[in-house]
Design a protein around this ligand. Structure first.
Ligand SMILES: *[C@@H]1O[C@H](CO)[C@@H](O)[C@H](O)[C@H]1NC(C)=O
Ligand SMILES: *[C@@H]1O[C@H](CO)[C@@H](O)[C@H](O)[C@H]1NC(C)=O
Length: 573
């Protein structure tokens, strides 16, 4: 795993560039007398203005659902979940309020998304699968322990130990790999979810059982789960999509040694006027079959070990189709210097650099001479390389390799950027005549720190990509905060997704990056989003918030593994 970049202005703001995500820090110009850049079609309203307004509304609606008492929190729970809260809900509430956590029921949506299918699985099966998994954390008599010495597991153990005294006995199976593991075919998931919905009810409070069972050690057998090691993850992942989805129907691409096809923005339902309008939908790849040749994880992950069995397996991040259960990723809990740099947080907005910065390793999967053109980080670095763009513009047919994945002309047009020609007037102050390459060289600082080569054992150099990319020095996280608006393009889902609002707390970017140049030129909302995101991170992404999340998650997990789960709950009020 490389490139886990943990921003720190956003002290604990986890705009994770986890696995294959890509987070760029951008600060757009704030010079006076700058005419805001406009779309050709409408002189007054930029599409981003409408998206920001919608985000403000969504955020205000979320905030209005904050609850301030235990009974209001329980009522919100029953309304949203259709069940009684789990036993121990009052203890959870007390822990949350003692830790000054904001209580908005929506914030825990991910937990219910992850656990709901298990209501359709026999509880004995859930317990069995957990206790037989090779890597586990066990909780007994208010103490968490593990026999593993894997560093991720030890960090998760440290996290769970902060709440161990509040937890019933249980076994947690943990995924030690970078990649998520569970992809239940859509058709089977449908069966689980239909069974689960039948268990959804508010049992009569007089018959509700409000204590967890006493723990009984059960016999351990050899696990019978089948693991698949197909290197082509798209072939595995797409079975989690609906049968009629484009991902299921599209032809399987196996030749990655050519320029990938890039879908046009107008054909993508998560986009509006060229920008991401529905962030959650943008991370769902079932309607985006072209991503099979645009994302390293689909082309060839570092490792694959997947199953179609619905195992209760905990992990730090996953794709929309994965059925792993999300915990906060270990790097968020362990405040490693590589990922934080709180001193950068205090830099005032006006002192920041008006340019975009990205540093990272050429990972996102295992790139090879025959597939690197299908990797998103390579594409992003290439499209920000002024030299490469100039070459592509002047000799588009004689210099094909670097030209491999530039956005199509229609995408360029959408951003008022003509196809790559040396004369580009981007309507800034009127007298600016910079062409795209010149403009990019002034406004971006984007490079790999390591070419991560399959041929040379992940060394810094690489015979097949060296002609196209020059590695640069890394930039410490604290220094990255001299650029401060996070722009995030990812397919990965994480524990905090339900508490962040795209265009309010960060700028979402499409996985094809066709919106990148338009985003780069948007100075109208940058300060508001950057400062709003920073403030919000300090409120809802603290380590305390992770502990509150995990406590709620594990109470729910313990209940779903109980024989009497359908009549268990907290009905104090
Ligand atoms: C985003 O798309 C999802 C899935 O289609 C939908 O359920 C959700 O309501 C959409 N969100 C917004 C804000 O439009
Ligand atoms: C930019 O592209 C040129 C030409 O392909 C290449 O030689 C150079 O190494 C690239 N620079 C970076 C920073 O990747």
């Amino acid at each position: 795993m490389a490139l886990l970049r943990r921003p720190s202005t956003f002290r604990r703001y986890l705009v994770a560039a986890f696995l294959s995500a890509l987070t760029v820090y951008l600060l757009t110009q704030t010079q006076p007398n700058t005419t805001p850049w406009r779309l050709r079609q409408s002189a007054n309203k930029h599409p981003i203005d409408g998206l920001v307004q919608a985000a403000e509304k969504e955020f205000a609606a979320k905030l209005s659902r904050e609850t301030h008492t235990l009974s209001a929190a329980a009522a919100a729970y029953r309304k949203r979940r259709g069940r009684h809260p789990p036993p121990g809900f009052d203890i959870w509430y007390e822990f949350a309020t003692e830790n000054n956590a904001l209580i908005v029921e929506d914030f825990w949506d991910q937990i219910y998304h992850d656990l709901e299918p298990f209501w359709g699985v026999n509880p004995a099966q859930i317990r069995k699968d957990a206790r037989e998994f090779e890597m586990r954390i066990e909780i007994r008599n208010g103490k968490a322990s593990t026999s593993s010495d894997w560093f991720w597991t030890l960090i998760w153990l440290d996290m769970i130990q902060t709440i161990e005294h509040l937890l019933p006995d249980m076994d947690l199976a943990l995924n030690a790999m970078d990649e998520p593991r569970v992809v239940v075919p859509w058709e089977e998931m449908d069966v689980h979810l239909k069974r689960a919905v039948k268990t959804k009810k508010l049992a009569n409070p007089r018959t509700v059982v409000s204590e967890f069972s006493n723990w009984r050690e059960e016999q351990r057998e050899e696990p019978v789960v089948e693991w698949e090691h197909d290197k082509h993850y798209w072939a595995i992942a797409r079975r989690g999509c609906p049968p009629k989805s484009l991902a299921r129907q599209a032809e399987l691409i196996t030749d990655f040694d050519k320029p990938p096809f890039i879908a046009s923005t107008s054909s993508l339902v998560h986009m509006q006027d060229g920008y991401v309008a529905n962030y959650t939908l943008s991370t769902d790849f079932c309607h985006q079959p072209d991503l099979q040749a645009l994302e390293g994880v689909f082309v060839e992950p570092i490792s694959t070990s997947a199953t179609s069995t619905l195992l209760p397996l905990f992990g730090g991040s996953k794709l929309s189709v994965n059925n792993d259960i999300l915990l906060p990723a270990p790097i968020y809990w362990k405040e490693e210097e590589r990922f934080i740099g709180a001193e950068g947080a205090s830099i005032p907005w006006s002192d920041k650099h008006p340019s975009a910065l990205w540093r990272g390793v050429a990972t996102g999967g295992r790139n090879r001479a025959t597939n690197w053109r299908a990797f998103q980080r390579h594409r992003f670095v290439a499209m920000n390389n002024a030299t490469m763009l100039s070459l592509a513009a002047s000799r588009p047919t004689t210099h094909p390799p670097p030209n491999f994945a530039l956005p199509a002309a229609d995408v360029l047009n959408q951003y008022n950027l003509p196809p790559l020609t040396p004369t580009l007037n981007h309507e800034r102050g009127g007298d600016e005549e910079d062409d795209l390459p010149t403009w990019l060289s002034k406004t971006t600082d984007i490079a790999f720190t390591d070419l991560m080569c399959a041929n040379e054992g992940f060394g810094p150099s690489c015979d097949y990509t060296a002609p196209f990319f020059a590695p640069a020095e890394g930039v410490p996280m604290a220094a990255q905060f001299r650029h401060n608006l996070p722009v995030k393009a990812t397919l990965w889902r994480e524990w905090h997704d339900a508490r962040l609002v795209a265009w309010r707390h960060f700028v979402p970017m499409d996985g094809r990056f066709g919106d990148w140049w338009g985003i780069l030129r948007t100075d109208r909302v940058a300060e508001r989003i950057a400062l709003g995101g920073r403030e919000w991170a300090g409120r809802v992404l603290r380590k305390e918030d992770m502990a509150v999340y995990v406590l709620r998650l594990l109470l729910e997990y313990a209940r779903v593994g109980e024989e009497r789960r359908e009549v268990m709950g907290w009905v104090g009020i």
